[in-house]
Design a binder for this molecule. Structure first.
Ligand SMILES: CC(=O)N[C@H]1[C@@H](OP(=O)(O)OP(=O)(O)OC[C@H]2O[C@@H](n3ccc(=O)[nH]c3=O)[C@H](O)[C@@H]2O)O[C@H](CO)[C@@H](O)[C@@H]1O
Length: 369
């Protein structure tokens, strides 16, 4: 592999764009501690909470609102986007970027534009079908497109020539041995070691419908001897569950050490964000997916292949009621054989080496142009 001296990483807004960026940065640093890594972010995005604590240089460029459609974005290339792209360009020049790797989200667009103007190689990593607006814009400037899942090139024309590399996952998740870590994880989370655990998460923002449905079933779950670990979402109102439940029902606004939740869990109930799908499959955790209903079926498309392989269930958000949770979750959680079979099927769809595969692709793109 040829040497890379300086790499600029762009992606932000939600956890779904930032976590793969960080996992890739870790992989890059592991392979070559001398490579300079610079991340582009906006002043308000979640990247400010996640990237600097992970030890990476985060440079802020001015934020702008990206229209939801590509045509609108191209028609009304707003002044603010140009201002942002000039700011990104200054950073690329200063760090002498060899390559820009973008993970989507509005902050990646100025990075793509600036790199294109300088003829700096661009690599795009996309985890969704269809690709987001930012990455679709970026694809006009590069042929180096990588995707997270094998079904994406079959389902979106724009991804037909993309390389399937998998999804870069945090190494604490990619290398998680659930069986070895379960006792410690349950202890850390205040859960009992001996009873099954349902792990509930609405993605990086939390999900109100899931929160209400599961909390509404708290009494019945508890009566069935099922413990719950429930990530509510930092901006959502707390859920109300009875105080005198006989088994633990633990709620947290956000779980930074997501691997603890994954290790503690026997089953997950979650949104179908692409990172979550990639993570539960990599670790073989059976999951009930409840896709976010307002984003163009993006999340049901993420989860469908896993469900087809037998690794999980797919449920409409509209069905999320306490009665549904009681009817479906309780019998499933009481059936360890079925859970094991689902976990095994999910693992068959997952992979743990997305970071390494993307790194190979980036080296190729940067050295061959
Ligand atoms: C509503 C919406 O548009 N959602 C999109 C958003 O999802 P969003 O960012 O919610 O979801 P993802 O599931 O892709 O990623 C969530 C990430 O946050 C982490 N996490 C979550 C909760 C927590 O307490 N702690 C924690 O660390 C998860 O481990 C995961 O790595 O980006 C995804 C990737 O582009 C898309 O597929 C989703 O459709």
């Amino acid at each position: 592999m040829g040497p890379l001296r300086s790499v600029v990483l762009a992606g932000g807004g939600t956890g779904g764009h930032i976590y793969p960026l960080l996992a890739f940065a870790d992989c890059l640093r592991r392979h070559d501690p001398s490579v300079r890594i610079t991340c582009l972010g906006t002043p308000k995005g979640l990247e400010n909470d996640l990237i600097p604590p992970a030890g990476y240089d985060l440079r802020q460029i001015p934020a702008f609102q990206l229209p939801r459609s590509l045509n609108m974005a191209l028609l009304r290339t707003p002044d603010r986007m140009l201002t942002s792209s000039r700011a990104a360009g200054k950073i690329l020049d200063e760090v002498r970027a060899d390559v820009v790797v973008g993970f989507g989200g509005y902050v990646s667009v100025p990075g793509y534009l600036a790199a294109w103007r300088r003829e700096t190689p661009i690599v795009i990593h996309e985890v969704n079908v269809p690709p987001g607006v930012a990455n679709r814009m970026g694809m006009r400037f590069t042929k180096h497109v990588a995707v997270g899942f094998p079904h994406q090139p079959r389902q979106a024309d724009s991804l037909r020539d993309a390389r399937v590399v998998g999804v870069p996952l945090r190494s604490s998740i990619a290398h998680l041995d659930r069986r070895a870590a379960v006792a410690h994880a349950r202890y850390r989370l205040g859960l009992r070691p001996d009873l099954p655990v349902l792990f509930v998460s609405g993605g990086s923002q939390g999900a109100r419908s899931i929160n209400l449905a599961v909390a509404g079933a708290a009494k019945e779950l508890s009566r069935a001897g099922i413990q719950v670990l429930h990530v509510i979402g930092a901006r959502n109102e707390p859920v109300s569950v009875p105080h005198d439940l006989p088994v633990p029902y633990v709620t947290v606004p956000y779980l930074s050490e997501m691997e603890l939740g994954y290790a503690a869990a026997d089953m997950m109930l979650s949104r179908g964000g692409a990172m979550t799908v990639a993570e539960v499959c990599a670790i073989g955790l059976p999951t009930i997916f409840v896709p976010y209903p307002y984003s163009n079926q993006e999340q049901s498309r993420n989860a469908q292949p896993v469900v087809d392989a037998g690794g999980g269930l797919l449920v409409d958000d509209g069905e999320m009621t306490p009665a549904w949770v009681e009817r479906t979750v309780i019998p499933l959680m009481r059936d360890p054989h079925r859970l094991a079979a689902m976990g095994h099927a999910a693992a068959g769809y997952g992979r743990r080496d997305g970071d390494e595969a993307l790194l190979d692709f980036v080296y190729e793109a940067a050295t061959r142009g």
